[in-house]
Design a protein around this ligand. Structure first.
Ligand SMILES: Nc1nc2c(ncn2[C@@H]2O[C@H](COP(=O)(O)OP(=O)(O)OP(=O)(O)O)[C@@H](O)[C@H]2O)c(=O)[nH]1
Ligand SMILES: [Mg+2]
Length: 590
């Protein structure tokens, strides 16, 4: 099976459309993430509406281009259709307003009206054709009821549907009274969905105006008026006299045309030529979908723009408040629990145990164990009960392996509740101001309720814990590394190893000379070795105190946490912070 070029174009275009739809759905998701931001409700509705329109567009992707005449009552839409169709009474033109109450579908084939009948009901759609329709292979032309007569209640829903089904809008204005506010305002939200040449403005009944006045005053003023009302540039503006192109214009004797200036041929060429070209439809539809997408994005953007600065500031303030709160919470820890100091020391010595070699290394290992028992003993002594003390000793022996974990857990509960309390107090102080600025940025007033904005206790405590543990771990590891440099290990071990070597050498040498040394020699040697080992270790401990005293390590840990608080971003645990982020994410320029 071979696929024609036209088909591949269509398939590609459909793919693009799918991706535009996806963009809109993602926009919706982002809006959904900020349920407390009030403008989100209408934005979401608009997204739904646009998605619906795009789906319609997709369904009729390979159908004819729909060109719709739209305008206020009596502006001459029906006359224009008749002139274009070459049949004077194709669509009723009358003196009683409104004349046209239904959608008049002018096309080549019977099926051209089907989609309108399906959407609007048979009673609201009339199908027309003429010999000139034969050349309209790719276009369906629609005449619509007005937007501003006594029947507008019934007309407006019809028009909404018609616009949703249209690819090109031809907005018809009466040159005698072009600035009709109601009509212009009604169209304002729709015209933004039609890009470039998909929106044509036609000023009809030009024969009623003086040519010079028309060119120099009426048209420029009108363009200024409409561009400011619709907030967009108008690419095509045509001045026509539709009635002149009827077979029988039946000019009123008292009001004949004032001049010949007329751009009707351009209009006709646009519809029967440009729009009617086969390749035009796919491009237009794609462009229209892109335009619809851009439209919702622009809407979202302009909504956010109103609150942007305030929201950014609120986010900054939340971050600052949370940063402060975290610091407050962590300093609780720094000041409250001295048992942690012991823990830090134990952890440091445990690390050193793994890194050190030689006799001093063994001393460090022994010292680390003593410290671990020590932590057990410290907690036992407080109870003062001998049986408890022994039990404690046993349990600290048994839990020897898990000592690290035990150290981590010591006092955690108490600390965390104190830290959380401090965190919340700190946030409580700053929240009222932040909440006010959020309410000004159109957040629901419920953001004032402090209990809703605090991050979840569990999450916060887990995050604080992880933050603390990580920083402490790194600090201890760094200190241990500094204290385990090879050269340091060598220096501290050399006296003991030297003496050991010396004693060993004498012992072995004399052994071979059958000259057995006295036990005094060994006792003496042992003491010398022990003394130098203790001295070395003692000096080493001094170094540890100096380089990595508990206070110092705690301070360093705290410094490190302070640096990390920014990256920690507790705002992500804070529901309002997340919503602000979502709103700010709507501010994407593409
Ligand atoms: N002088 C002059 N009169 C025109 C022109 N076009 C339309 N008219 C007249 O304006 C009146 C209204 O024309 P219609 O075509 O019925 O206007 P419409 O916009 O379809 O009106 P509704 O169907 O009620 O919304 C008729 O009397 C037309 O003859 C024109 O170019 N010049
Ligand atoms: Mg009409």
């Amino acid at each position: 099976m071979t696929i024609s070029k036209g088909q591949t174009e269509s398939i590609k275009a459909l793919g693009r459309i799918e991706s535009f739809k996806n963009d809109i759905r993602m926009l919706q998701d982002t809006i959904d993430r900020a349920p407390l931001w009030r403008p989100g409700v209408s934005l979401r509705k608009q997204c739904d509406e646009i998605l619906r329109m795009i789906t319609h567009l997709e369904e009729r992707f390979d159908r004819k281009l729909v060109v719709t005449l739209i305008g206020p009552s009596g502006s001459g839409k029906s006359t224009m259709l008749n002139a274009l169709a070459g049949v004077d009474d194709l669509s009723d033109v009358g003196r009683t307003r409104p004349t046209t109450n239904n959608m008049i579908v002018f096309g080549q084939e019977r099926g051209d009206a089907d989609q309108f009948i399906k959407q609007l009901g048979r009673e609201s759609v009339e199908r027309r054709s003429s010999h000139l329709a034969a050349s309209l292979e790719n276009v369906v032309l629609i005449d619509t009821p007005d937007t501003d007569s006594t029947e507008m209640e019934r007309h407006i829903p019809l028009l909404r549907e018609a616009i949703a089904l249209s690819d090109v809008l031809i907005c018809v204005f009466d040159s005698e009274n072009p600035k009709r506010r109601d009509h212009v305002d009604f169209l304002a939200p729709y015209v933004r969905m039609f890009a470039g040449d998909a929106l044509v403005v036609v000023i009809n009944k030009c024969d009623r105006q003086d040519k010079n006045e028309l060119e120099e005053k009426i048209v420029p003023e009108f363009i200024g008026f409409i561009e400011s009302a619709w907030q967009r540039p108008i690419q095509t503006v045509l001045c026509v006299s539709a009635r002149r192109h009827l077979k029988d214009p039946m000019w009123d004797e008292t009001a004949p045309p004032k001049h010949d200036f007329d751009q009707f041929e351009e209009l006709k060429q646009l519809i029967f030529g440009t729009f009617n070209r086969p390749g035009y439809i796919v491009d237009k539809r794609l462009e229209r979908v892109r335009n619809l997408k851009d439209y919702v994005f622009a809407e979202a953007n302009s909504e956010v723009a109103n609150d942007l600065e305030r929201l950014k500031r609120a986010r900054e303030n939340i971050r600052a408040a949370e940063r402060k709160a975290i610091e407050d919470a962590l300093s609780t820890f720094k000041t409250t629990d001295s048992r942690h100091m012991v823990g830090v020391n134990v952890m440091l010595y445990q690390r050193l145990t793994h890194k050190w070699f030689g006799p001093v290394g063994w001393m460090i290992a022994i010292w680390a164990r003593i410290l671990i028992f020590g932590t057990g003993i410290v907690s036992m002594v407080r109870f003062g009960n001998p049986i408890r003390q022994i039990m404690g000793m046993v349990s600290s022996l048994r839990h020897f392996k898990e000592s690290r974990a035990a150290i981590d857990e010591t006092g955690r509960e108490g600390w965390f509740s104190a830290a959380l309390r401090d965190y919340q107090l700190s946030i409580l102080q700053d929240w009222p101001d932040i909440a006010e600025s959020l309410v000004k940025s159109r957040f629901e007033p419920s953001v004032r309720r402090i209990e809703d904005i605090l991050p979840e206790k569990e999450a916060l405590s887990m995050n604080l814990g992880a933050l603390w543990n990580d920083s402490l771990d790194i600090t201890i590891e760094r200190a241990a590394q500094t204290l385990s440099r090879f050269i340091l290990q060598l220096i501290f071990n050399i006296p003991v190893i030297g003496i050991l070597g010396y004693v060993g050498w004498i012992t072995v040498r004399d052994y071979f000379h059958r000259n057995f040394l006295s036990s005094d020699f060994f006792l003496h040697s042992f003491l010398t070795i022990a003394i130098s080992l203790f001295l070395s270790f003692f000096i080493f401990q001094g170094c540890v105190r100096l380089v990595a005293g508990s206070d110092r390590l705690m301070r360093k840990t705290f410094e490190r946490i302070k640096q990390q608080v920014d990256r920690f971003r507790p705002i992500s645990m804070n529901p309002i912070g997340e919503q602000i982020d979502a709103v700010l994410a709507l501010d994407v320029k593409d």
